[in-house]
Write a protein that binds this ligand. Structure first.
Ligand SMILES: Cc1cc2nc3c(=O)[nH]c(=O)nc-3n(C[C@H](O)[C@H](O)[C@H](O)COP(=O)(O)OP(=O)(O)OC[C@H]3O[C@@H](n4cnc5c(N)ncnc54)[C@H](O)[C@@H]3O)c2cc1C
Length: 349
């Protein structure tokens, strides 16, 4: 624990709000202030589960979720010596990222250039920017965001290899992957091998750099100061229910998607509600945490989102990137809906 008693009193004495993903906003200050007064103090009622904020740790960056988004958010600050905690609700790190096919889009990486593809990320961006940004003009931040994402992918791969020991395959040649050869990178042992080749080496190196990863901690509420700034997060231990509050200069929500949350799918993507999902508990907790803390959600429906609908067996679907395929079981029956997926679909059609 790094908080001095003086700091603790200062934080504990100031009013703050726990902006829960559930329904309740619980005041946390004995002093009241702008925050709602704790019900318990009125002597009239008590909020079930109420606990005053009690920061046990203070860090520069608190990252919630340990998939690629969470680990990537930790990489540069960890190299810069920042104090970081990654909190993960599951018993192990990785989320969906751990079992993803890991067919990654990145262009202009050092690996691709060393393999004889001279295209830089600047050149790549010039070739895709019109297609990538057309149709999103109503969001004035979109073009900058999608550009940033493109460059971030390149930087991620370079840093993952150079600083974190991740292993990627020799990039595909044009003959092997005609349409996408300049912009696709695969993990060391091919599709589906991102866990051992990318995720685990990054996590291990983050540990060496002093990043603390705590599994079994589920974020339940962002904590705000009276001015409304997020100053940390409340967690519940997944097994014991024990509450832990962590203070942070910056809090990163990297909790994955919401495909496993039936209510959210019905609300935002009802046309998808009857498709099965191969995900591991993506229930939109980060979205809910942010919303409860006052964030506005935009672009949640499929008219905005580019939805990459996988077939039933994602690894098989991904093979379709390479070559026209029709997949059959030994009994001769097809076991993948190629019509939902990429090049395989076009070939099958
Ligand atoms: C089978 C499959 C194959 C795929 N193949 C590809 C592919 O080839 N190429 C591609 O680009 N994409 C692919 N995807 C999609 C890609 O894997 C995901 O988009 C990506 O992994 C998401 O990363 P993430 O870090 O945002 O989320 P995740 O990897 O899901 O990580 C989120 C983490 O946050 C944790 N978490 C959630 N809520 C809380 C909370 N309240 N408190 C604490 N922790 C919390 C979760 O447990 C999880 O570990 C595939 C997905 C699947 C399921």
């Amino acid at each position: 624990m790094t908080i001095s008693r003086r700091d603790f009193l200062k934080i504990g004495g100031a009013s703050c709000i726990v902006a829960g993903a559930g329904a309740a906003l619980a005041g946390c200050s004995p002093a009241g202030g702008e925050a709602e007064a704790p019900l318990a103090e009125t002597g009239e009622a008590a909020l079930v589960g109420y606990a005053p904020v009690n920061f046990t740790d203070e860090v520069d960056i608190l990252i919630i979720g340990s998939g690629y988004a969470g680990l990537a958010a930790a990489m540069a600050p960890a190299l810069a010596g920042k104090k970081i905690i990654i909190a993960e609700k599951q018993a192990q790190i990785g989320g969906d990222s751990a079992t993803s096919c890991c067919f990654m889009f990145a262009a202009g990486t050092e690996l691709q250039q060393a393999a004889g593809n001279p295209m830089t990320v600047d050149e790549y961006w010039e070739t895709i920017k019109e297609k990538q940004t057309a149709g999103w003009e109503q969001y004035d931040w979109f073009a900058e965001w999608v550009k940033g994402k493109t460059y971030a992918n390149t930087h991620f791969v370079d840093s993952a290899i150079n600083d974190f020991g991740a292993k990627f395959q020799e990039p595909c040649t044009e003959a092997e992957l005609p349409r996408l050869f300049g912009s696709v990178i695969l993990p060391g042992d091919g599709i589906g091998s991102g866990g051992p080749n990318i995720l685990q080496p990054i996590a291990a190196k983050l540990g060496e750099l002093g990043v603390e990863t705590r599994c079994g901690l589920r974020a339940t509420a962002l904590i705000k100061d009276p001015e409304g700034a997020v100053i940390g997060c409340r967690f519940e231990d997944a097994t014991s229910g024990k509450v832990t509050d962590i203070k942070a200069a910056a809090t990163v929500l990297a909790t994955g998607g919401f495909a496993d949350n039936g209510e959210m799918v019905m609300e935002y993507l009802p046309e998808w509600a009857n498709y099965g999902q191969m995900v591991h508990g993506c229930i939109g907790e980060g979205h809910k945490l942010a919303e409860a803390a006052g964030a506005q959600m935009v672009g949640m429906d499929s008219s905005f989102t580019y939805c990459n609908l996988m077939g039933d067996i994602p690894n098989c679907t991904t093979w379709g990137y390479w070559t026209p395929i029709v997949l059959v079981l030994p009994n001769g029956k097809r076991f993948i809906e190629e019509a939902q997926s990429h090049d395989a679909a076009q070939a099958a059609v």
